[in-house]
Ligand binder design. Structure first.
Ligand code: NAP
Length: 288
């Protein structure tokens, strides 16, 4: 099987690249933004046809949540038009798509972990553009799976873990919000799930296109920061603050916990607890 990974220089794309050697019977094509811009329909179509691509894992996205508030068109171009282009191109070869979406499609007003069928109502531009991408997929007849994930981090790219490691070394104390609840997801864990799902032989059931995936457990950004400092033995005091004390251009949902039962049951997978995966990531960063 020929598998294309778009946005291959992002956190998830690079984690998939690292793991791909464990799947040596498949041919992987890793393409970054520069080599394959998913907003260019002609390039996407000809790439998929010429390379005889049979499956795509779409890791390309506009992910700058705050910047999206003033760059709506740019965000929409990648997260909506780009996804629409991929569907059109995959449709030509009857291939399949694994697409990554976000907990930010929800408004955060729930008190229970969000299930796949719960009402969506994004409260920021990024979430709205990601939802438009999802809707394009759901409207199409392409064999596709949408995996919504949350609070992604990795040894690669810019993310909360790497920001805390850097700031923790620079400062004696940090204020972190404690009233946004969710769960972090190690991109390496998600990468393995994407690969395990894409190589499965069974046809994707057209009625169950959305899955939720995060690590196990629940936390706040404050507790996450505390755990990062503890595991990396950085002597920096973390203080809890409320979201209103740390205003950002984009609103974030206060509660974005995802119910991950469906993906565990349907694909028979075990998901690591968030602290165990965090330790794994911090150990890898230390060994770099
Ligand atoms: N990060 C999170 O906390 C989080 C949370 C929930 C869901 N997600 C979702 O998870 C997925 C993976 O996220 P990530 O954190 O790995 O993102 P990332 O690190 O920002 O990677 C996204 C990649 O897409 C590339 N890209 C942007 N526009 C493109 C285009 N038009 N064509 C091709 N490539 C393009 C970017 O290239 P440049 O770097 O050159 O711009 C970047 O390498 C995304 O769908 C995201 O929405 C992320």
């Amino acid at each position: 099987m020929n598998i294309l990974i778009t946005g291959s220089n992002g956190q998830l794309g690079l984690e998939i690249k690292d793991l791909s050697s464990d799947y040596s019977e498949y041919n992987f094509f890793f393409e970054n933004f520069k080599n394959l811009d998913i907003t260019d329909i002609e390039k996407v179509k000809s790439y998929i046809l010429n390379k005889k691509i049979q499956a795509v894992i779409n890791c390309a996205a506009y992910t700058a949540v705050d910047k999206a508030e003033i760059e709506k068109e740019k965000a929409e171009k990648v997260n909506y038009i780009g996804v629409s282009n991929l569907i059109k191109a995959i449709g030509l070869v009857d291939g399949k798509l694994i697409h990554i979406s976000t907990d930010y499609v929800f408004n955060g007003e729930s008190v229970l972990p969000y299930k796949e069928e719960d009402n969506v109502n994004p409260i920021n531009v990024y979430g709205k553009t990601k939802l438009k991408g999802e809707t394009e997929i759901l409207k199409s007849s392409v064999e596709a799976i949408i995996i919504r994930t949350s609070w992604l981090y990795s040894i690669y790219g810019n993310n909360f873990v790497k920001a805390m490691l850097r700031l923790g070394k620079e400062k004696k104390e940090l204020n972190v919000v404690y009233d946004q609840i969710g769960v972090p997801t190690y991109a390496k864990d998600l990468a393995k799930v994407c690969l395990d799902i894409v190589v499965r032989n069974e046809k994707i059931d057209k009625n169950s296109k959305i899955y939720h995936y995060s690590n196990e457990g629940v936390t706040s950004w404050y507790d996450f920061a505390k755990a990062i400092m503890k595991l990396s033995k950085i002597d920096c005091n973390i203080y809890p603050i409320e979201t209103k004390q740390y205003p950002t251009p984009a609103k974030r949902p206060n509660f974005s916990l995802l119910n991950i039962s469906k993906i565990k049951e349907d694909f028979n997978i075990k998901i690591p607890y968030w602290r165990d995966s965090l330790k794994d990531c911090i150990d890898s960063i230390k060994n770099e």
